[in-house]
Design a protein around this ligand. Structure first.
Ligand code: BLA
Length: 767
């Protein structure tokens, strides 16, 4: 408890992210010189120069490099320094004069640091000659021949460590592979029999902190020949040009971070060699070599190992790829099948769940859910819809990426504990706001073998007055039972999900486009109708009037000359003209009922009804109709349209009366979020088979002789109600009167459809 409290009160992150570039000591097995170009004046030296050259550091600073080396070597070096990459001259064999005529041969390695200073590091050379390229070649060749004989990845890794151990002679050589989360495990090992095995053990992320991993991606090989050696200071500590300590990040002699040295001591390591394995620019893993006692490996041998590591690893990375090649092909096949199904089905969701293979196969999940437009489509083992509602809400607030996946949802979203049995693992892709495809995997309880207790991977030590991290002392096997996790989502599965997302987004977008096109078409045809109505009312009326006028003139002027037949024909013509006029008026009326033209306002339905009755008073009194009504509400509607609606419906009720005097009742009742109105009569009724046809424009059930009219009335009613986002229908039997029903939403047309609203209420309702 106390420990935890202390940890929290410290700035742990800064301790866990050691700044390696601050280290300005080197390991004592070489000499470091900081040089000023182009004269190669010596600005700083490591303070071990006396041991090597017999010259004190103070005296070194009075010199130029050419005072130590022969002129021909200096010429060569100066030429080399003009090259674009200093790698080309590394290592340079350097003969340095020690005392009088005595020479020592060094491997000289040059680099320029972050401050632009030239740094020369000298390591004792074991041979005076460079290792010829052919030895490199044969070394690699022999290993590769062996590797080619093995088929599987595991054997391949094993041979890699075997070969490196054979070439270098380290007591233990391991292949250490990083996981996505930064921790790693030993996946292959070759060692002395007497040493305990680390194979299969996992190590926490903090064992190799992020800045170190970043460095290893550019620095491919590092050696600590003696973990017990005393580090050497740079003299003077501050560089006279940069006024800073020299940045030794990329120095090969740089002393390791003290924490790491302690770590190695705790592991019983006397010397280490580490080779980075890089795949697609990222640190994939390390070849870690341990020796129980100090061990030096020459620069060239190290380079040979690096080369070996590179060549073999590129082969290994290929193997890793072919290993899941088949699976990838299968997923690609499933993916294209799903896209095909989606495009065949009217609704893309059906395409994802109704066929074989389906959504589950794409990611090898046990359950999946499609959340679209507030509705859920579930397949396989999934959490309950209610839980999904909250989960989707959480995703919406917390995830912005195109894909989200975790093998331990409960750790991020504690409510998921309730459904860990089906969804400890989640893979999710957002299609658009609120809309998701989700895949689930159940909890799999597993055991992870750690090299030491990962919860005590380090300690915070303040004994020497400074606060620092110390690595753990025990690396003994520590077993952890991992709960609340699922099998991992593989990269190929995540990729398949992303591809599917693209396809769905395309389809949804296309459907939206089609809808927009439909709306556009509709608007066009409405505009056409309006134009037609306008033309009809003005341009057509005129010739029509002309026909009517002249026919009447004909009748008046030539009355004596015309026989009965001729007079009858003239009256037919006049009738036709007046019918045509009514038709034109009705089409005009129909075209005027238009979404945009409707003016929504609080409308007292009774007022609208009364206005309609006033307009109909003549026919009411002629037929002796009795009209009654319930108490009528106030609704959001267009009052004039409502009046017209009543006028049409009541007009019809009177028109299609039976032998008895019409009795008409207007009813009103409140439903959940709309008003239901009815207009009931005791007329001739309608054969139920025609109940839809009567609302169609120009449809008539009777001849004009039986009942006059254009057949537009109910079409207009329907359009009025549709513009109010309501519904209209009729219930009737022939001979038993008819009741027309229509609804008007309580909040007017702006309220959304009922379904969508319900689902949302559900989500917010419980918060
Ligand atoms: C470096 N830690 C390393 C390296 C390895 C490990 C391989 C690279 C060594 C090198 O550069 O030569 C860890 N070695 C392992 C592991 C195994 C192994 C996991 O053999 C398993 C078999 N380390 C800690 C803590 C800190 C820490 C608490 O445990 C402190 C923050 C630091 N490790 C640390 C640092 C380096 C490192 C800073 C870089 C050393 C350097 O370049 O100076």
């Amino acid at each position: 408890m106390v420990m935890e409290f202390e940890l929290q009160s410290l700035n742990l992150t800064s301790l866990k992210e050691p700044s390696i570039h601050n280290i300005s000591q080197i390991q004592p097995h070489g000499v470091l010189l900081v040089l000023e170009e182009p004269e190669l004046n010596i600005l700083q030296v490591s303070s071990n120069t006396y041991d090597v050259f017999g010259i004190t550091p103070e005296n070194m600073l009075q010199k130029k490099l050419e005072d130590l080396l022969d002129p021909f070597q200096i010429e060569k070096i100066k030429a080399g320094l003009l090259q674009e990459s200093l790698d080309m001259i590394n290592p340079t064999k350097i003969w340095a004069r020690v005392k009088g005529d005595e020479y020592i041969v060094f491997d000289g390695i040059f680099h320029r640091n972050a401050d632009g200073l030239l740094i020369l590091e000298l390591e004792l050379a074991f041979s005076q000659e460079n290792i010829p390229f052919l030895s490199f070649y044969h070394l690699a060749r022999a290993s590769i021949n062996k590797l080619e004989e093995t088929g599987n990845l595991h054997d391949f890794c094993q041979i890699l460590v075997q070969e490196v151990r054979k070439v270098t002679g380290f007591d233990r050589v391991m292949l250490y592979k990083f996981d996505d989360d930064g921790h790693g495990s030993v996946i292959a090992e070759e060692k002395l029999e007497t040493m305990e095995s680390y194979l299969g053990l996992h190590y926490p992320e903090s064992d190799i902190p992020r800045p170190a991993r970043k460095l290893f991606a550019s620095n491919w090989i590092r050696i600590i020949p003696d973990t017990h050696a005393d580090p050497v200071e740079i003299f003077p500590a501050i560089n006279p040009l940069s006024q800073r300590r020299p940045d030794l990040t990329n120095s090969i002699l740089r002393s390791p971070y003290s924490c790491h040295i302690e770590y190695l001591h705790n592991m019983g390591v006397g010397a280490s060699l580490t080779i980075s394995l890089i795949k697609e620019g990222k640190l994939w893993g390390l070849i870690a070599c341990h020796h129980q006692t100090p061990k030096y490996v020459s620069y060239e041998m190290r380079k040979a190992c690096e080369f070996l590591g590179r060549v073999i690893f590129s082969e290994l990375a290929d193997r890793e790829e072919t290993e899941d090649y088949d699976y990838r092909m299968r997923l690609t096949y499933i993916q294209s099948a799903l896209v095909e199904y989606m495009s065949q089905e009217e609704n893309f969701i059906d395409g994802l769940v109704k066929h074989q293979p389906n959504l589950l196969d794409l990611t090898n999940a046990q359950g999946a859910a499609i959340c679209f437009g507030g509705n859920y489509t579930l397949i396989g083992e999934t959490p309950k819809e209610e839980d999904l509602n909250f989960l989707v809400q959480w995703l919406k607030n917390n995830v912005e990426e195109e894909v989200f996946y975790t093998d331990s949802l409960p750790r991020l979203y504690p409510d998921a504990q309730n459904f860990k049995n089906v969804a400890s693992g989640l893979l999710a892709i957002p299609i658009s706001k609120q809309n998701y495809v989700l895949w689930f995997r159940p909890e799999v309880i597993q055991t992870v073998n750690w090299g030491g207790d990962p919860n005590r991977a380090f300690e915070v030590n303040t004994s020497d007055g400074n606060t620092r991290l110390c690595p753990r002392k025990s690396f003994e096997l520590w077993k952890e039972t991992v709960r609340l996790t699922s099998l991992r989502w593989q990269a190929v599965e995540v990729k398949a999900a992303l591809e599917l997302r693209k396809a769905i987004v395309n389809i949804v977008l296309r459907q939206a486009d089609e809808l927009a096109q439909l709306a556009h078409d509709l608007e066009l045809s409405n505009a056409e109708l309006k134009k037609f109505a306008y033309v009809a009312s003005h341009d057509l009326q005129e010739p029509l009037n002309q026909v009517a006028n002249y026919v009447q003139l004909l009748e008046m002027r030539y009355e004596q000359l015309l026989d009965e037949d001729a007079k009858e024909f003239i009256s037919f013509a006049v009738e036709g003209v007046s019918l045509m006029q009514t038709l034109i008026d009705d089409v005009l009326a129909y075209s005027k009922v238009d979404m945009q033209a409707i003016e929504f306002e609080l409308t007292n339905v009774e007022t609208a009804l009364e206005r309609a009755l006033t307009n109909l008073r003549k026919r009411i009194s002629e037929t002796g109709a009795v009209i009654t009504h319930d108490q009528l509400p106030t609704v959001m509607a267009d009052g004039t349209q409502l009046m017209q609606l009543f006028q049409n419906l009541i007009g019809n009720a009177i028109k299609f009366r039976s032998d008895q005097a019409p009795e008409i009742h207007i009813g009103a009742s409140r439903l959940e979020d709309e008003w239901l109105f009815s207009v009931r009569d005791n007329g001739i009724g309608i054969d139920p088979q025609f109940r839809d046809r009567i609302f169609v424009i120009f449809q008539r059930l009777h001849t004009r002789d039986e009942y006059p009219g254009t057949g537009m009335g109910l079409a207009i009613c329907k359009k009025i109600i549709e513009c109010h986002r309501g519904r209209i229908w009729v219930e009737s039997k022939l001979g038993e009167g008819a009741t027309f029903y229509f609804t008007i939403p309580v909040g007017g047309r702006d309220r959304e459809r009922r379904n969508g609203r319900k689902a949302q209420n559900h989500i917010f309702g419980r918060r």
